[in-house]
Design a protein around this ligand. Structure first.
Ligand SMILES: Nc1ncnc2c1ncn2[C@@H]1O[C@H](COP(=O)(O)OP(=O)(O)OP(=O)(O)O)[C@@H](O)[C@H]1O
Ligand SMILES: [Mg+2]
Length: 262
């Protein structure tokens, strides 16, 4: 993918479901190799933004460009380039961990030998030990299942990874370990990632940039992060306050603007 242009670009995008505005006149861009967290209260439009990028819904107005094309009109062109993982692992219960990871490769028509070795490799990279590779999802813990789900997303070697609350259902310790392992893979492989979350701490820990949405699907705050900001308690405290203000504000209430960002 070209480095000069953003890999994702939304311009003047509005999505309406009947009278309901889910996303309102949004401009949003993501550069190659960026990890962007999309935060917001329930109903703020986070999943709608991911569905637009995935090409699963069409913008009512405005343009969406992913890797140079309209993802809704060119759904199959992006197959294999974009991977997604959700809050629930969505594993097939009749397939083992390894067979679940092989699924995306099957759809892409990869030969069986390649599928088997890549699936094992990615399960290992996600730190699921070989003893668990031939177990069924119901024999694995929630954290292990989410490791399988992330291995299934990464095994196809996508350019872009989209996560919708992938760590939210796990306990704090399990979630932290998985976030650390996942982020180290994403950064090491120089992938681009958009992660939707309602957990401020997760976003502050993982993202290069945080975008905060509020009902009705509007960007109210953007913050750029670096190693310096992550190690600065005063910055983190101020950022947390600003994000919380947006996330708890009722629609129409005054909230901090992007220009006020720390
Ligand atoms: N398919 C749909 N049909 C009708 N309304 C929808 C549809 N999808 C989303 N909406 C509405 O659009 C708004 C934004 O929804 P969205 O699912 O994007 O929010 P969200 O930020 O992901 O919320 P949550 O944190 O609860 O997952 C909500 O008011 C929701 O009810
Ligand atoms: Mg959602």
């Amino acid at each position: 993918m070209a480095d000069a242009k953003p890999i994702i670009s939304l311009d003047g995008v509005t999505v309406r479901f009947g009278n309901q505005v889910a996303v309102n006149d949004m401009a949003f861009a993501v550069k190659n190799e960026e990890v962007v967290a999309v935060l917001g209260q329930t109903g703020a439009g986070k999943s709608t933004v991911l569905n637009l990028i995935l090409g699963q819904i069409k913008a009512t107005t405005g343009t969406v460009v992913v890797d140079g094309c309209d993802p809704y009109a060119n759904y199959y062109a992006l197959r294999g380039k974009v991977a997604v993982s959700f809050q629930t692992d969505r594993l097939l219960p009749w397939r083992t961990a390894r067979e679940n990871v092989e699924l995306g490769l099957e759809i892409l028509g990869r030969p069986e030998k390649t599928r088997r070795s890549l699936a094992a490799e990615w399960l290992n990279r996600l730190k699921l030990s070989a003893a668990h590779h031939d177990k069924y999802p119901q024999q694995l813990s929630g954290g292990m299942r989410q490791r399988v789900s992330l291995a299934r997303a990464l095994v196809i070697d996508p350019d872009l990874i989209l996560l919708d609350e992938s760590f939210s259902q796990l306990d704090h310790v399990t979630s932290k370990a998985l976030r650390t392992d996942f982020l180290s893979l994403v950064k090491g492989l120089r992938k681009t990632c958009v992660l939707v979350t309602h957990r401020i701490d997760d976003a502050l820990e993982m993202a290069d940039r945080i975008v905060v949405l509020a009902v009705p699907g509007e960007i109210k705050l953007e913050l750029a992060l670096s190693d310096a900001t992550r190690n600065d308690p005063a910055w983190l405290s101020s950022a947390t306050k600003q994000i919380s203000a947006v996330m708890t504000a009722h629609s129409g209430e005054d909230v901090p603007k992007a220009a006020d960002a720390v």
